[in-house]
Design a protein around this ligand. Structure first.
Ligand code: URA
Length: 407
């Protein structure tokens, strides 16, 4: 009985593979109802799962959909995944870098929901860029330019789609085992050989605490190992937005600046770390050696050329990017050191401008967002412009202290 399985988890007991199959496959088939699954998910959130349960559930998720196989490409396929955050445009930078270092990438990305953006939305700010490639197009594009960035094909991990939509509205997103199962089932079903994870912690991330982010990263690595996939991770701070630009077109523009090697700082550092590890795994070389290659392709312009190649190959033209011409300045309210730029508050501001969606079916405005002119620890003068808001915002100076703190 479904109720007995839910009750078992409520009591903190381990579920067998058969019990997990019964509830989760039953949910996919419509035999188990939303209210029953919600109850089980909340019990999992509170009681957690053993590693064995996590491995079993990952397998159930993988088997619920198509499993992609890129072996006909005769190359090692490397993938990356970020657990999401504000201003996270790392995919746009990392994919061309590793592709021009001879590593093949099939990157399946998603759309944003809530405060965090999605790579596919960012790419769709480039007019005519095609994000829904068929398997045949993926194959041909990887052969031709070494990389694709595409939306997830409809048939991978069908259970994840259904369960994630329910988690989103039942306060069960932040469970470490459920996040691990959700992410790793999709990565494994997408057919990558090597997986690089960027696990975020902080107020703008799914997980607030560094130690919890570490537990999540280690659990995902163990899941990967059970499928003989090499998995590496970095943990990155999402208490402040990543980089200076937040919002779709604005993030593409910042990615281009990093690829042209015009911008140093935290965003570039995270991208170099991710790209170096991906190259290191694919080519079986040390991370330091891979890092030299990364710096070289940034410096000699090849990474930027590869970005243009990938974009053009999927039909896009970066010269057509649009930014709103409605601009509001945010000025410092005193002289001092910028102590806080709250990622979550910038995320909310950007969402309210229309850069993100409140519901999955909402349309977004690609041309709006926020550009930070300063970073945490920068010195600012009273009245100095520290950020620009692009788009129609209800920002007033009363909102200042929610987002920034000057000490
Ligand atoms: N991203 C996912 O794909 N799944 C989660 O559960 C959380 C973030």
């Amino acid at each position: 009985m479904i109720v007995d399985i839910i009750d078992k988890k409520r009591l903190g007991l381990e579920l067998t593979k058969e019990e997990l199959e019964c509830v989760f496959n039953g949910y996919l088939e419509g035999k188990v109802k939303d209210y029953q699954m919600s109850s089980l998910l909340m019990a999992i959130c509170i009681q957690g799962m053993s590693e064995r349960e996590v491995f079993d559930l990952t397998k159930i998720f993988i088997d619920s959909g198509e499993i992609l196989d890129w072996s006909s490409l005769n190359t090692v396929i490397v993938d990356k995944h970020s657990t999401g955050g504000i201003g996270d445009k790392t995919t746009l930078i990392v994919v061309p870098i590793v592709a021009c270092c001879g590593v093949s990438v099939v990157k399946m990305s998603g759309r944003g929901l809530g405060y965090t953006g999605g790579t596919i939305d960012k790419l769709e700010s480039i007019p005519d860029f095609k994000t829904d490639l068929s398997d045949k197009e993926i194959y041909e594009n990887v052969k031709k330019v070494g990389a694709v960035i595409t939306s997830q094909t409809k048939d991978i991990c069908l259970l994840d789609k259904k369960v994630y939509a329910l988690r989103d509205v039942t306060a069960t997103v932040s469970s470490i085992p459920l996040i691990a199962v959700s992410i790793m089932s999709k990565k494994i079903a997408s057919g990558a050989d090597k997986i690089m994870l960027d696990v975020k912690y902080g107020n703008g991330a799914l997980i607030n605490d560094y130690d919890d982010a570490l537990k999540l990263a280690q659990l995902m690595q163990k899941i990967g190992e059970t499928y003989h996939k090499e998995v590496r991770y970095i943990l990155s701070d999402m208490n402040v937005p990543l980089g200076y630009n937040i919002g779709n077109s604005l993030e593409v523009i910042e990615a281009i600046e990093v690829l042209k090697d015009n911008k140093k700082g935290h965003l570039k550092d995270v991208c170099v770390e991710l790209a170096s590890n991906m190259i290191s795994m694919a080519h079986g070389i040390g991370v330091d050696k891979a890092k030299e290659q990364v710096e070289e392709v940034l410096l000699n312009g090849k990474a930027y050329q590869k970005f243009l190649e990938i974009i053009n190959n999927q039909g896009g033209d970066v010269n057509l990017l649009k930014i709103s011409d409605e601009v509001t300045e945010i000025r410092a309210n005193k002289t001092g050191i910028l102590g806080k730029i709250s990622a979550i508050e910038i995320g909310k501001l950007s969402l309210n401008l229309g850069a993100g969606r409140k519901e999955l079916t909402d349309n977004i405005n690609h041309s709006v967002g926020v550009v930070l002119k300063k970073q945490v620890m920068d010195r600012v003068q009273d009245g100095e412009v520290i950020a620009l808001i692009y788009g129609d915002s209800n920002y007033t100076v009363d909102n200042f202290s929610q987002i920034f703190e000057i000490n």
